[in-house]
Write a new protein. Structure first.
Lengths: 369, 155
């Protein structure tokens, strides 16, 4: 039987306790709570799955997934303007977003190869940089250089995109297709099928030659290089796959929401997805599909109940709102500190072992001198 | 040989994706269709509005129109198929007609005059583009929020 690492399980256990306290205080009925969790699982799981492959390749938590989210938003804005609706609109948006995501992924991967060992902070800052380019495109080029026809999307000044773009024509079209209601809980079957297929693809991918290479690179880059693996290329591929999946995940996310917050939708998505994965018990160097689902359930349960519990305890729902944002950032901080501590501990243990080996080998030499 | 095969597979994949995108462009094109139960005139002949018209699309009643009324529905794709139930006079029996027609790709909004359509007139007589009345120019430009963490002057 697999032994549970208490240290690693501490974050999920903490969240289980928080949820156990907050759920009764929130006053939400079990049906409503389950409904919300199922909806959020369909909305977020694909996005979080996109984080697994870079972790496998030893590149840590890919804050650069935001790049894929931006590619998806650009694609959705164009599709909206062309009036391609419902599921065909989503498929077309996916087709448009993939090449943009690939280009951004290659760019991101190349830069991360120059910042080995500092991938997370680099990808985080890179997301800000690409956000600037995204704003340039959406705020100035769309409508002036890139044709945008509809005034409902365009800013009144004649160029640039409005703060919110309505996706009413595709809202929950994927979720409602094949949806079943069991005991008052709506289950978006097709969305779950897509997520399940993605999970199977990840399981299959781990067993492929490329997947094995990524694991080897993740364990030790130098050993992998000596074994003939093109480390740089493998790392770039892992980031490209992650960015493309994040783009597709963002389309699923936004079709569920029913609108795009043009300038802010992507900015928080990376943070919340990473927080959810960490809450599920993942770490910077190890994550599984199980962590994704446990994370979605626990993190989003906290998200749903915290404001209401906060309102009950303090009379102000904003306290709960602050609490959930605070917890999101705190869990990432704790995970990063734990990762760094473990890394240093392992490093000092290794150097201590080396020292002991050297001492054991040279007592005679030491005495002679 | 291997390279050639790889190139062929990649080219084929790209062509397939482009073809899929083209199909999505056609089958996913959304239109808003407006049904007018209003008097029409064509070639100097007048066609009077019906007493009552009910438009059914995909087994769902999408518009119930009395004389001079307008109703609307959303359409995805390039063919509009509806059942029109017409009542000619008060207390009279209604008669249903199934109508199917191609809609122009370029039009976002399409107005269909039901009396002209039922009279079997050509498409230009019963179909026209819906042109929204230009709203009064917005005085203020929408303020764009690009940074949630923007540091304001108060800090």
């Amino acid at each position: 039987m697999k032994k549970i690492n208490l240290r690693q399980a501490s974050v999920p256990i903490m969240f289980i306790i928080i949820c156990a306290i907050c759920i009764p205080l929130s006053g939400l009925s079990p049906k409503m709570l389950v409904n919300e969790i199922v909806t959020r699982m369909g909305r977020n799981a694909f996005l979080i799955l996109s984080l697994l492959i870079p972790i496998m390749a030893g590149m840590g938590l890919n804050f650069g997934m935001t790049l894929g989210a931006m590619a998806a938003e650009i694609a959705l804005i164009l599709v909206c303007d062309w009036q391609i609706v419902s599921v065909p609109g989503m498929i077309l948006a996916a087709i448009i977003s993939v090449p943009i995501s690939v280009l951004l992924g290659i760019f991101c991967g190349k830069i991360l190869n120059r910042a080995k060992g500092r991938e997370m902070i680099t990808s985080y800052i890179m997301a800000f940089f690409v956000n600037g380019i995204y704003q340039l495109i959406v705020l100035y080029l769309m409508g002036s250089v890139i044709p945008i026809k509809h005034s409902t999307i365009k800013l009144p000044r004649g160029y640039g995109i409005r703060n919110t773009v309505s996706l009413l024509s595709m809202r929950q079209k994927l979720d409602n297709m094949l949806a079943v209601t069991i005991g008052g809980v709506k289950i978006p079957v097709l969305t779950f099928i897509i997520i399940a297929v993605m999970c199977l693809v990840i399981v299959w991918f781990r067993r492929t030659k490329l997947g094995q290479d990524m694991r080897a690179v993740g364990q030790d880059m130098e050993v992998a290089r000596d074994a003939g693996i093109n480390v740089e290329r493998t790392r770039i591929i892992s980031i490209v796959i992650s960015t493309v999946l994040a783009g597709l995940g963002m389309i699923i996310y936004l079709q569920n929401m029913g609108n795009i917050a043009t300038y802010t939708a992507h900015s928080q998505i990376g943070m919340f997805c990473i927080a959810a994965l960490l809450v599920g018990g993942a770490s910077v160097d190890k994550a599984s599909i199980g962590n994704v689902f446990l994370g979605v359930v626990l993190f989003h349960t906290m998200f749903i109940v915290a404001p209401r519990a906060g309102a009950y305890i303090t009379g102000d729902s904003m306290i709960g709102e602050y609490f959930r944002v605070f917890v999101s950032y705190a869990v990432i901080t704790v995970a990063l500190i734990m990762y760094e501590t473990n890394k240093r501990r392992a490093k000092s243990a290794a150097s201590q072992r080396l020292q002991e080996e050297q001492d054991a080998e040279s007592p005679a030499g030491g005495e002679n001198s | 040989m291997k390279n050639k095969r790889q190139f062929l597979f990649r080219a084929l994949a790209i062509i397939l994706i482009l073809a899929l995108a083209a199909v999505m462009f056609v089958i996913g094109r959304g239109h808003t269709v407006y049904f007018d139960n209003k008097d029409a005139e064509y070639d100097g002949k007048e066609y009077e509005a019906f007493y009552k018209v009910v438009v059914i699309k995909d087994k769902e009643k999408v518009a119930k129109l009395e004389s001079d009324d307008r109703g609307m529905t959303d359409l995805m794709g390039q063919t509009l198929t509806v059942t029109v139930e017409i009542t000619d006079e008060k207390g009279g029996e209604s008669h249903a007609h199934k109508v199917s027609m191609p809609v122009p790709y370029s039009m976002d909004g399409i107005v269909i005059n039901v009396p002209a359509l039922m009279a079997g007139l050509p498409a230009e007589a019963y179909m026209s583009e819906f042109v929204p009345i230009a709203a009064e120019e917005e005085d203020e430009d929408e303020e764009v929020v690009i940074d949630e963490f923007e540091i304001s002057d108060d800090v």
